[in-house]
Design a protein around this ligand. Sequence first.
Ligand SMILES: NC(=O)c1ccc[n+]([C@@H]2O[C@H](COP(=O)([O-])OP(=O)(O)OC[C@H]3O[C@@H](n4cnc5c(N)ncnc54)[C@H](OP(=O)(O)O)[C@@H]3O)[C@@H](O)[C@H]2O)c1
Length: 325
Amino acid sequence: MTTTQHTLNSGFGPHSTADDVLAGLDLTGRNALITGGYSGLGLAATAALARAGAHVIVPARRPAVATAALRDVPRTQVLPLDLADPDSIRSFAEQFRENGPVLDIVIGNAGVMAYPVRHIGPGWEAHFAINHLGHFALITALRPAFARTGARVVSVSSSGHFLSGIRWDDPHFRHDYDHWAAYGQSKTANALFAVHLDELGASDGLHAFAVHPGSILTPLQRRIPRSEQLAQGWLTDDGRIAPGFKTPAQGAATAVWAATSPLLHGYGGAYCQDCDIAEAALDDDMLVGGVKPWATDRDAAARLWTLSVELTGVDGFADSPARYR
Ligand SMILES: NC(=O)c1ccc[n+]([C@@H]2O[C@H](COP(=O)([O-])OP(=O)(O)OC[C@H]3O[C@@H](n4cnc5c(N)ncnc54)[C@H](OP(=O)(O)O)[C@@H]3O)[C@@H](O)[C@H]2O)c1
């Protein structure tokens, strides 16, 4: 199913927090996995889901840092995983399929932004590799662990997808590297992943959504010099966070809403923002947001899936009835 991009009037909005969208929901007995769930938005999502009763597994590139960050958050479990390393992903998925619990919720949240030019592994551009290919390999390899009763996958995208569609001729930026275009391409890939995963997962009862969290100052911006943050209007002249930015708890709300909202029963494959399904973007204002056509295009989503299978060698949905539509 690919849901049309129209709001559902969810009753929530940009100021809603992750706790707000979970009010009245009891997630006792449900299992969630949140990549990067120990920093910024991921930490806020982990804490809120755990408060609502879920058991939350947090794969971590830096397990000691994750353990310290989650010290006071009950019902969490840290496991080592580096999304930049295919061997780490393979061994995580193998062990999880063998010993892990059934998964009701997966939030592909970990991400990097604004790297200077960097290629990893077999020459993959780092944003595309970590933000998209790593999550693609992980989540599709975890398919046998998903609950067959309405599991949800949330792929954390961004209005950064405005900055680039998929560069089919040069996805690894052999030419013309620009860190914003590289981040933008990876966030378009996150959105397209949800579109095609929703289609292939339907026969398992699995649904997928992409989300734009909003703008939130977190460690994600660690590579952006303060002068650029001032020039971009993220900080005011006296160093305060600019109006229009969300708190981490507000930034986590849309992913948590997409992962749990009863209103989304029967929907899938949509791009969400501000705790609702997003409308099509009217212009290029990333603060207003909405979704660009290249991030919801079903043919592009299928083409990216094929490219991702070729690059990673992981084809967890090869036998899905929708695979060769
Ligand atoms: N903040 C915003 O305004 C904003 C806006 C739109 C979209 N987003 C998206 O929201 C998501 C979360 O961002 P955030 O702002 O919360 O950033 P953050 O605080 O920097 O968190 C990112 C997380 O990703 C993890 N990570 C990075 N590289 C990894 C790797 N190779 N393997 C495993 N984990 C890795 C980080 O772990 P380490 O700390 O150990 O590296 C960290 O836990 C990202 O996907 C981002 O693109 C954020």
